[in-house]
Ligand binder design. Structure first.
Ligand SMILES: [Zn+2]
Length: 390
C-alpha cells in the first residue's frame, strides 16, 4: 500500500507539464550560435570542473568510509551522554568532510579565477561564507538531535516521525529563505515595469522582483525563484543587468523564473523531497542497524556515509525531475515573451558569459545537470518557433 501511495504521488507530481507531449527537439549545432573559440573555452573550462567533481567525490567517500569504520573510537573520550556523543561524532564527521573537500573547492575557485569568472581572494572564498558554514553545521546538529531523540523514545521507528519532521523543517526553510537573503528592490523603472508585466502575464502578479548583488564575487550570471506564499520572490543577480544581455533576453530570464512560481515548482520540489526523505530516513535506520541503529551514537559515523551515499544515488533522479521543471519554466518563458530568438541568444549567452558547455558528456549530464543543456534549451526555442510559425 505504501509503495502504491508513493507511486501515485510520484506519478501525479511528474505527469502535469505544460510542455506539449511528444514535442520533438530539433538537432542544434552550437557552432551556428557561438564561435569556435568560445566553444573550445567552455569545453576546457567545464572539463576540469567535471574531473574535479569526480575526484572530490572519490575523496569524500574515502573519508566517510574511513570515518564510518574508525569514528567510534572517539566515543570513548566523550562523557557527553548518548545524544551529546552522537552530536560530537556528527560535528567531527562534518569537519572531516569539510577538510577533505577544501582542496577541490579551492581548485575550482583557482580555475574560475583563471577564466576570469571568480573575483576576490582565497581567504574570503574559503571563510567568507562562514554564515552558510555555520548554518550547515547547526542543521547537522539539529538533525542528529531530532533523530537520536526520537530513536531514544520510539527506537527503530524514529523515521516514521523523523521523516515528516524533516519535511516540516524543509518547508519552513523554503518559506524563510528569501527573508534571509540580502535582496534589493530594482531601481531601473523600465525593469520594474517589465517585471510587473511578466508577473501579470504568468498569473503570479503578487510575486515581487528583487536584485541580488553578487558582482563583487563573480561574473557568472544567474537568477532564482524562491519562497512560499507571501515570501515568494523572483531574484536576478546584478551581473545579469550589467549590459551583457539585452532587455529582451533579461525578459526571458524573468519569465522563466515567474514560470517556476506559476507552475508551483517550489511546492512540488518540497513534495518530491518528502517522497525521498521519508523512505531515505527508513533506509538510514535499516543500514545502520548493525551499529545498533540511530539510537546508538556509534551509528553516527556510518549514518553520515549512508546519508551521503543515498544522496549520491538520488542525484540522477533528482536531476531528471529538476530538468523537467526547468524545461517547463523555459516553455512558460517562450509562451510569455514570444521571443524565441531572444531566448536562443540568451542561452548561447550563458556559454559566452558562464562558459556552460552546450553539449556535456552523458555521465556529467546525468550526475550534474539540473538544467537541460544549452543545446536542448536552444532546441526548445526553435521547436516553439516552429510550432507558432515564428
Ligand atoms: Zn529555472
Amino acid at each position: 500500500m505504501l509503495a502504491a501511495g508513493w507511486s501515485t504521488a510520484a506519478y501525479l507530481l511528474w505527469a502535469s507539464s505544460i510542455v506539449p507531449d511528444g514535442l520533438e527537439l530539433p538537432d542544434v549545432d552550437p557552432h551556428a550560435y557561438l564561435p569556435d573559440r568560445i566553444l573550445a573555452r567552455a569545453n576546457s573550462f567545464e572539463r576540469f570542473l567535471r574531473w574535479n567533481f569526480a575526484l572530490s567525490t572519490v575523496a569524500l567517500f574515502g573519508a566517510l568510509a574511513f570515518y564510518a569504520r574508525r569514528g567510534e573510537r572517539f566515543m570513548r573520550e566523550s562523557a557527553a551522554g548518548r545524544i551529546g556523543t552522537g552530536m560530537l561524532l556528527g560535528m567531527l564527521g562534518f569537519a572531516i568532510v569539510w577538510i577533505t573537500q577544501l582542496p577541490f573547492s579551492i581548485a575550482s575557485f583557482w580555475w574560475a579565477r583563471r577564466y576570469g569568472l571568480a573575483e576576490g581572494d582565497y581567504f574570503s572564498y574559503v571563510f567568507g561564507d562562514w554564515l552558510v558554514l555555520g548554518f550547515t553545521f547547526l542543521s547537522l546538529c539539529l538533525a542528529l538531535l531530532i533523530v537520536m531523540g526520537l530513536a531514544g523514545w520510539i527506537g527503530r521507528w524514529w523515521w516514521v516521525l523523523g521523516g515528516p519532521v524533516f519535511v516540516g523543517i524543509a518547508a519552513l526553510f523554503l518559506f524563510v529563505f528569501p527573508y534571509l537573503s540580502d535582496l534589493d528592490r530594482p531601481r531601473d523603472r523600465a525593469l520594474v515595469a517589465q517585471g510587473r508585466a511578466i508577473a501579470a502575464k504568468t498569473g503570479v502578479d503578487d510575486v515581487p522582483l528583487r536584485i541580488e548583488k553578487v558582482s563583487d564575487q563573480t561574473k557568472l550570471v544567474n537568477a532564482w525563484a524562491a519562497g512560499f506564499g507571501p515570501s515568494r520572490r523572483v531574484v536576478l543577480w546584478d551581473t545579469l543587468l550589467d549590459g551583457r544581455f539585452s532587455d529582451e533576453e533579461v525578459g526571458v530570464v524573468i519569465a522563466h523564473e515567474y514560470g517556476h512560481h506559476a507552475r508551483a515548482h517550489l511546492s512540488k520540489g518540497l513534495a518530491w523531497y518528502a517522497l525521498f526523505a521519508i523512505p531515505g530516513a527508513f533506509l538510514i535506520e535499516l543500514l545502520t542497524r548493525r551499529k545498533g541503529g540511530m539510537r546508538n551514537p556509534a551509528a553516527v559515523p556510518l549514518s553520515l556515509l549512508v546519508l551521503v551515499a543515498l544522496q549520491f544515488v538520488a542525484l540522477p533522479v533528482d536531476n531528471v525531475i529538476s530538468r523537467r521543471m526547468e524545461a517547463e519554466a523555459d516553455w512558460t518563458a517562450l509562451e510569455t515573451t514570444r521571443r524565441p530568438k531572444a531566448a536562443e541568444r540568451l542561452f548561447a549567452g550563458f556559454t559566452r558569459t558562464s562558459l556552460s558547455d552546450p553539449h556535456p558528456p552523458t555521465w556529467s549530464y546525468v550526475l550534474l545537470d539540473s538544467h537541460p543543456t544549452i543545446e536542448q534549451r536552444i532546441a526548445m526555442a526553435e521547436a516553439w518557433a516552429a510550432r507558432r510559425g515564428r
